[in-house]
Write a protein that binds this ligand. Structure first.
Ligand SMILES: *[C@@H]1O[C@H](CO)[C@@H](O)[C@H](O)[C@H]1NC(C)=O
Ligand SMILES: *[C@@H]1O[C@H](CO)[C@@H](O)[C@H](O)[C@H]1NC(C)=O
Ligand SMILES: *[C@@H]1O[C@H](CO)[C@@H](O)[C@H](O)[C@H]1NC(C)=O
Length: 302
């Protein structure tokens, strides 16, 4: 009887832990179905106030990507945001400080971050980005590795990395393929902020839609239509397109370049200054992230 009660307590504890973890993840990545059989789903990023790509987002995103391996139910996933100002902001640069993220292993988190970027290309599911709001840094790196992107009028794109002293790993080479080397060089080297209409004009996104509702309808329609077709065909099409993607070695080279740059004293100093002047990644600073970094680090008026 006593053993039975202890076992019950352990089971209660375990199920409570799973319930709690599930709840935390459900809050960060909220899932819903687009079609009746749920072969097309929507995943809504929710990490207020700015959808900072922090340790919790990295972990939740990884668990979701892992859940898509070895399964035959999910054909299409749309990533959107419940924050009208941000699709997703940059990586939490506290990860690059001496202090790191209390209670978390920073090296392991960065490894997981890169694994997630890799999984977006290699997972046999069609990924669609639905963006209305800002997609800076980490947000844009994830978007650029999805199969397609659609924007609303408030979308903005930008890679702030050059201003800090690093590179837009995982997004850089994808952007070159999408918009050409000249334009990619311009936007990346200048850490530009790019509007939705300009992004649509150059091909950073597939198209721009005039309202949130029009964007949602377009994306739901295309996701549901793709999900009608045989899963083998979708996978073969994605695999064939991926053969034209930059090779995996190019991604690994960029990870090595990023790590070398991130180890430079100047980059560490820039990270410290940005954390200070941004008041630890405040919304007011991140709203205009690239321009604010340039203004504060280089004393150039914004
Ligand atoms: C998915 O389908 C493939 C082939 O159609 C099959 O070999 C595999 O076992 C299936 N996987 C699951 C998890 O059902
Ligand atoms: C942190 O993670 C790295 C990479 O996974 C691992 O090699 C290292 O041992 C971990 N450090 C601690 C303190 O757990
Ligand atoms: C900065 O904000 C993060 C949450 O985004 C928090 O975990 C961390 O403790 C803050 N750091 C400082 C120095 O206030």
């Amino acid at each position: 009887m006593a053993i039975f009660q202890i076992t019950r307590k352990i089971f209660f504890f375990l199920s409570f832990t799973y319930f709690w973890r599930g709840l935390v993840e459900a809050q960060i990545l909220k899932q819903s179905c687009i079609n009746e059989v749920c072969s097309a789903k929507r995943v809504t990023i929710s990490n207020p106030p700015i959808n900072l790509w922090d340790a919790n987002v990295i972990t939740a995103f990884n668990e979701f990507m892992v859940s898509l391996q070895d399964q035959n139910e999910t054909k299409v996933v749309v990533f959107d945001s419940d924050n009208s100002d941000f699709w997703a902001s940059s990586l939490d640069i506290n990860l690059f400080t001496q202090r790191g993220i209390p209670g978390r292993n920073g090296t392991a988190l960065i490894d997981t971050y890169f694994t997630n970027l890799d999984l977006l290309l290699s997972t046999p599911v069609i990924f669609i980005g639905e963006i209305n709001g800002r997609a800076w840094g980490a947000g844009d790196e994830h978007l650029l590795r999805m199969d397609m992107r659609f924007a609303g009028p408030e979308a903005q794109f930008g890679a702030p990395e050059a201003a800090i002293g690093v590179i837009h790993v995982g997004g850089l080479q994808q952007l070159v393929k999408l918009i050409g080397s000249g334009r990619a060089a311009e936007y990346l080297l200048a850490a530009a902020q790019v509007s939705a209409s300009e992004a649509a004009r150059v091909g950073w996104v597939n198209s721009i839609h005039p309202t949130t509702n029009a964007l949602r309808k377009h994306v739901n329609d295309i996701a549901a239509r793709i999900a009608l077709f045989p899963i083998e065909t979708l996978r073969a099409t994605k695999a064939s397109i991926a053969e034209q993607a930059p090779p995996r070695a190019a991604f690994e080279n960029d990870v090595a370049r990023f790590n070398q740059l991130a180890a430079l004293p100047q980059v560490a100093a820039n990270v410290g200054t940005v954390l200070q002047v941004s008041k630890n990644e405040s919304k007011a600073f991140e709203d205009n992230l690239n321009n604010n970094i340039v203004e504060k680090l280089y004393q150039v008026p914004n």
